[in-house]
Design a protein around this ligand. Structure first.
Ligand SMILES: [Zn+2]
Length: 296
């Protein structure tokens, strides 16, 4: 049993990206009515997917992995911003990613990432969460976007929102952002490293972005059949974020954290990065839908 909640537009303001729903009138009521038909049980062995709604020709409908921005790379940034006790001015995204990748493999999780088949002559991106990660980091603390960021983080975390954690991640993003050139210098080595450590884990998405809504999925163990949804909605896509997965990963990464201090910091950072990724990719006009579990 699930409950679909329409949460309105991402923002009344104008975000930094080009993906837009301003050209569309969505029949959200009928989308909400059948949304559960497009959710399936995750296959634990299937590779982690990005929130990107574009077509993945390699996707096996019977073996879908959970969706989080950037696949496994985003977890590395969340750990750096929310949990890591290291000096924020040292280290690189590549080494943070390698550590996170080793965690995934140690825990028996299947990492994943993606490129696309575009030539990007138009300045477009492959995986926005990886190729534009420096812009994503900037969005977290961009003054005109902070209110949206805080409102949406609070909406997703609900009673688990901790203001101090939010401010801590916000501050960490500013400190790290001041060293972004060094921190992100080796980013073109991320996907080759992923491919080397987990062969077959890098997908190549096709087509153009046509996401009109963002679905935040709270129902543990389920994920969005993105190809099938687009096929049966005239090519309209949706960003899917399996927030339950961030919570599950926090528990796996931080098993001794019985007070949930670091776990909630990790989850808060992960949610903030997801919102910032949408700020970098979209103009803020997309509709937001929450898919919540109902206890029966
Ligand atoms: Zn992506």
């Amino acid at each position: 049993m699930t409950r679909i909640v329409q949460a309105g537009k991402l923002s009344n303001g104008h975000w930094n990206g080009s993906v837009s729903a301003n050209d569309t009138t969505l029949d959200l009521a009928s989308i909400a009515e059948t949304l559960d038909d497009y959710y399936v049980v995750v296959n634990p062995k299937a590779k982690t997917r990005c929130i990107d709604g574009r077509h993945d020709p390699g996707l096996n409908e019977a073996e879908l992995g959970p969706q989080v921005p950037g696949g496994a790379t985003g977890a590395a940034l969340a750990y750096r911003l929310g949990v890591d006790r290291d000096d924020l001015t040292r280290g690189t995204f590549l080494s943070d990613f390698e550590s996170m990748l080793n965690n995934y493999l140690r825990l028996g999780l299947t990492p994943g990432g993606h490129r696309d088949n575009g030539d990007h002559a138009d300045g477009g991106v492959g995986c926005g969460a990886i190729d534009s990660v420096a812009k994503v980091l900037e969005c977290i603390s961009e003054p005109r976007l902070v209110e949206d960021s805080k409102r949406l983080t609070r909406a997703i975390l609900a009673e688990d929102f901790v203001r101090d954690d939010y401010l801590r991640v916000l501050g960490a993003s500013v400190v790290l952002g001041a060293h972004a050139n060094d921190y992100f210098a080796q980013n073109n080595e991320l996907l080759p490293l992923l491919e080397e450590k987990a062969p077959g884990s890098v997908s190549t998405l096709t087509g153009t972005h046509n996401e009109k809504l963002v679905i935040v999925n709270f129902v543990p163990g389920t994920t969005f059949a993105s190809n099938r949804f687009a096929d049966s909605h005239n090519g309209m896509q949706a960003f899917g974020y399996d927030v339950w997965r961030s919570k599950e990963l926090a528990a796996l990464l931080l098993p001794q954290d019985s007070e949930y201090i670091d776990r909630w910091r990790f989850i808060t950072a992960r949610v903030m990065i997801t919102i910032a990724t949408l700020m970098a990719l979209t103009d803020g006009s997309l509709q937001v839908v929450f898919r919540l579990p109902i206890d029966v």
